[in-house]
Design a binder for this molecule. Structure first.
Ligand SMILES: *Cc1c(COP(=O)(O)O)cnc(C)c1O
Length: 376
């Protein structure tokens, strides 16, 4: 095991696995014994635990975080003619889901302080969409890097304009806003259990949260081929999007240590920030008091990005740029509209952000080693 502690990892899934390995093996063995690989009892059990954890009335698991977004949009019948506002600075899945349904992803700028939807830009985009004869239908607010967005501000505008609020919490599961966990806000919240996310499984997985009975019912039908009440009833066009029983069994075990891991992540981030906050050539993340990040990433804004990345690389310390291209600059997405006031902050961020190693098991000594390379 010593090589593992020597080399700095960007994300360390091995330490966690070593810690709970016997429980994972026992959980997997149980599934092998009962053989209900699809929609087995662990899926229901995990969904119950997700409801308790988030405080959301309904939790429905599905195949991945991208499908979770698609299922939410399908439940609202989103399609051609609908403008779905998305940040330009996010992972591609946020825009891919509406584009797949024939809707128009509409790019909005973000804030420099939390990387999330900028309110003024959102307001302008609503006006722009109407001028283009699109229906302003949904805003997908992404909690980038784990920081919950300013939910109250966004909700106020979306309510005024009758726009649905979909929170893409793929990176923020476990985060909090005004003492409420991500999953209990928004008309619908989605998340991902991709291995590198704060709560990850050993494959693909996702979930959808809502307090709305009718929506929950619809999503449950859509994820199972548009099922009705009878087994071979199909009352709408759906998808095949389920969380595997094996993944649910693994997630049940991982969720048990997740609250502790969230605290460890917050500690790692505090330690980084304490060591780096006085440097004039970079900005450390600063969160508002009422927000708790899930710390999917620890992301800096730096002036001399290439230089810092090279220095780290020379010491064998990995760093990653999330994201080197905004979506409006991606070949597959250039044809979609952007807000008329521009995407200046998004473009600035794609040229200046970098993320440092982040996981719950990053030691104080490692953080010291990493930050010393950046400082010197
Ligand atoms: C990872 C991610 C997704 C997609 O989740 P998958 O499970 O990989 O499909 C969607 N949105 C954001 C912001 C993500 O980071």
């Amino acid at each position: 095991m010593s090589e593992y502690t020597e080399k700095t990892k960007f994300i360390d899934l091995v330490t966690q696995q070593d810690r709970i390995r016997p429980n994972l093996e026992e959980a997997i063995k149980k599934v092998l014994d009962h053989g209900q690989y699809v929609m087995g009892p662990e899926v229901k059990e995990f969904e119950d635990e997700l409801r308790t954890f988030t405080g959301s009335k309904f939790a429905l698991t599905c195949a991945n975080g991208t499908d979770a977004l698609t299922l939410a949009l399908m439940a609202w019948n989103i399609g051609p003619g609908d403008a779905v506002f998305v940040p330009a600075f996010t992972y591609v899945a946020t825009a891919e889901a509406p584009a797949q349904l024939g809707a128009t992803p509409f790019f909005v700028d973000v804030n420099e302080h939390d990387f999330n939807i900028n309110i003024e830009s959102f307001k302008q985009a609503i006006i722009d969409a109407k001028n283009m004869n699109l229906r302003p239908s949904v805003i997908i607010s992404v909690d980038l890097f784990g920081y919950p967005s300013d939910f109250d501000m966004i909700k106020k505008i979306s309510l005024d304009e009758n726009i649905k609020l979909l929170i893409d919490g793929a990176q923020s599961f476990g985060g909090e806003y005004k003492n409420k966990r991500v999953g209990s806000m928004g008309d619908i919240t989605t998340t991902s259990f991709f291995p590198a996310k704060p709560l990850g499984c050993y494959g693909d997985g996702g979930a959808i949260f809502t307090d709305d009975d009718e929506l929950a019912d619809k999503i449950d039908s859509i994820r199972l081929h548009g099922k009705g009440n009878q087994k071979y009833d199909n009352i709408r066009i759906g998808l095949n999007s389920r969380l595997d029983t094996l993944q649910a069994a693994i997630l049940i075990e991982k969720l048990k240590i997740f609250p502790e891991e969230l605290e460890l992540r917050a500690k790692v981030s505090d330690t980084y920030s304490r060591k780096l906050e006085n440097l004039n050539y970079l900005k450390v993340p600063k969160l508002q008091d009422h927000v708790k990040s899930a710390w999917a990433q620890y992301t800096l804004i730096v002036q001399n990005r290439n230089e810092i990345i090279d220095k780290l690389q020379s010491k064998d310390i990995p760093s990653v740029i999330y994201y080197p291209k905004t979506l409006d600059t991606q070949d597959g997405y250039k044809k979609f509209p952007s807000v008329s006031s521009g995407l200046d902050v998004s473009h600035y961020l794609m040229d200046s952000v970098m993320s440092l190693p982040m996981h719950p098991y990053l030691s104080e000594e490692k953080i010291e080693e990493i930050t010393q390379v950046i400082i010197n």
